[in-house]
Design a protein around this ligand. Structure first.
Ligand SMILES: *Cc1c(COP(=O)(O)O)cnc(C)c1O
Length: 387
């Protein structure tokens, strides 16, 4: 059976009520028939659920579906994308270890790597996403992990997963990839030898802007450590959120196909616009890493970004003149969203730091929603007219 069909058909075992949709196990703990059963559960001698910080049927259902979609051996779901990323660092790395990371990276991940990991004695080096020849030179005897994000947020750089996979195998490193932007519908990192895949399920996986969630997937031995770390430190996914996210997965492929075709339509119609100096979409042949995107992605995803010629002021005027698109911090919703990183998510960085990760003053990121493509385009075009 195809992985999409298999994921859709995977669900919690039917109860005596013979429900069709999965029941919601909104419970903090689970009962035991007797002292012996309880003892055995705590001794890990059976698979009984004990407490929802450790495991819960709805959370497990979400993990099972994601494992099928990503082709992963195992997974552990968390309360947010950031707790998934953080757990993947803290359970694998220890004081004295070194982390290699691509420079263009999600804002909070950057904060964890530069502000918090060093507090625990974990060093890092940033390498440019588009120059894999520089990665090997940055590897040290104590390098333990490579962490990458592709496509990157918000700059849409594409990193060659095949090269990263070979490099990490050659040096015995753990390769950890944030697959949030592509989703398992558009990109399967594990095929390239990636050991861990992290996701913010808050974005495309929920896809409707309702709940926070995250997940780490990959090698069984590493996921076991992540599970043990999380079960003690507490970033458990709520069963309610897991129930929402599981249902969302059933429509992920059809949604992503529509998001991607809408995004391509916008990119194709906006390229060369007189108010825009540079437009990027992974499946547009003008993207600097178009060949890599075509090699490793099934579609180009739902995000486009472009640079307004008028810089910071033009960016703010553009947002103010949109009528339909939402101004909000999220992405990957049914409703199209516009954002201006330089005045919002990345405003705390210095101008030089923003330049380093290609966040130019007039950069606009559009998350293509599921509205009719002509309506999204016409809102963007009329806002551009007033910039
Ligand atoms: C949003 C996001 C995260 C963090 O996810 P949360 O669910 O907001 O914690 C991590 N990586 C990328 C690429 C993201 O876009």
């Amino acid at each position: 059976m195809d992985r999409i069909s298999k994921a859709i058909r995977t669900q919690i075992e039917r109860t005596g009520e013979k429900e069709h949709a999965s029941p919601l196990f909104l419970t903090s703990s689970f009962c035991f028939d007797d002292a012996e059963e309880m003892r055995a559960a705590f001794a890990d001698e059976n698979d009984n659920n004990i407490y929802s910080r450790f495991s819960n049927p709805n959370v497990q259902e979400f993990v099972d579906k994601m494992c099928i979609l990503e082709g992963a051996e195992a997974g552990y779901a968390t309360s947010s994308g950031m707790s998934a990323v953080f757990a993947s660092f803290m359970s694998v790395l220890k004081a004295g270890d070194h982390l290699l990371c691509c420079k263009a990276i999600f804002g909070s991940t950057h904060t964890v790597i530069t502000k918090y990991l060093p507090k625990y004695g974990i060093e890092y080096t940033y390498v440019p996403a588009d120059k894999p020849e520089e990665w090997e030179k940055a590897i040290r005897p104590n390098t333990k992990m490579i962490f990458l994000e592709t496509p990157t947020n918000p700059g849409l750089d594409i990193i060659d997963l095949e090269i990263a996979g070979k490099l990490s195998k050659k040096h015995g490193l753990i390769l950890n990839v944030d697959n949030c932007f592509a989703t398992p519908i558009a990109q399967l990192p594990i095929k390239y030898g990636v050991d861990l895949v992290t996701h913010s399920a808050t974005k495309w996986i929920d896809g409707q802007g309702r709940v926070l969630g995250g997940i780490v997937l990959g090698r069984k031995d590493l996921i076991k450590d992540i599970y043990l770390f999380c079960r003690s430190t507490g970033p458990a996914l709520s069963p309610f959120n897991a129930w929402i996210l599981s249902k969302s997965l059933d429509t992920l492929e059809v949604r992503m196909e529509r998001h991607a075709s809408n995004a391509y339509f916008l990119a194709d119609h906006l390229k060369g616009h007189e108010k825009i100096s540079r437009l990027k979409y992974p499946f547009l042949d003008t993207h600097p890493q178009y060949a890599i995107a075509k090699k490793q992605m099934i579609n180009g995803g739902g995000i486009i970004c472009f640079e307004l010629k008028g810089g910071l002021d033009a960016g703010r005027r553009f947002l103010d003149n949109l009528e339909m698109l939402s101004l909000t911090a999220n992405l990957g919703d049914t409703r199209s969203i516009a954002s201006h990183p330089a005045s919002t998510t990345h405003a705390k960085l210095s101008e030089a730091e923003r330049q380093e990760v290609n966040i130019t003053p007039g950069l606009i990121r559009i998350s293509a929603g599921l509205e009719k493509k002509e309506d999204i385009l016409s809102d963007i075009l009329s806002a551009l007219k007033k910039v």
